[in-house]
Design a protein around this ligand. Sequence first.
Ligand code: FE2
Length: 307
Amino acid sequence: MRKGVIRPGHIQLRVMDMEEALKHYRDLIGLIEVDRDDKGRVYLKGWTEVDKYSVVLVESDTPGLDFIGFKVLNEKVLNGLKNDLIDYGCEVFEHEAGELDSCGRRVCFVTPTGHTFELYAEKEQTGKWGLAKINPDPWPLNLTGMKAERFDHCLLMGPNVPATKMLFSEVLGFDLSEQVVTPDNTIAGAFMSCSMKAHDIAFVECPDFGKLHHVSFHLETWQDLLKAADLLTMTETKKDIGPTRHGLTSGQTVYFFDRSGNRNEVFCGGDYHYPDHPPVTWKAEDLGKAIFYHELVIHPTYLEVLT
Ligand code: FE2
């Protein structure tokens, strides 16, 4: 049952060289730089996003993901979910309002897969970038690169995916929209939704805690994916695979890497989800078809290169 979690709201991503990262996320992917803070963090957003930002870049010695924030309906929902997490046995800690620019207090916890999540109810809303609030045009002038519309989801890897799936469904009210199951009926991949999207967060089993597989940005059309792949070659950016189609979610995709080694995805299309839909199931032994529907095999680096 849905419990008031609205959507993935932000990620904080570690990069090893901020200027190189900005060439990638701002100039190539086309996110809009909206702010910087006194910790050296840079805040960006996709042009369709109403909240002030969704991507926070922080310079570090190692790449990877610091945390993912999900926005909830209001403070009452936030307090309720905090209590539910504590009752479920999670260790919960808080960041006060303002620690992250223009964001309210954040309730944080770590999943059994070793990933740090946070919930928050308040963030400044600046509106869709470059568009008037009244009588808006369909899209703004002066977009760059891939013209990413929004931060959409992440795929995370770690151990204990069944327990993490339970946490997200039982406590946070997510639906299991698609799953990968092993021959003994264990969930090895959980694709979970708190909306109509095919997934808002995905977990896949691996032995190492807290790994980022990819962070994904939505593009408008298949033609935009083709041009995104053109841009990867034009900018000598390392591509992983695509343009192609997933079996899981049936979305269309291109995978590539930022200059620090974090995997990105740009995607479009794919399935939708209503709360009464039973999960779509894929067999782990058919994982090639599930992930790369045309190639039918998994690219050798796909499950091994993680940050
Ligand atoms: Fe994805």
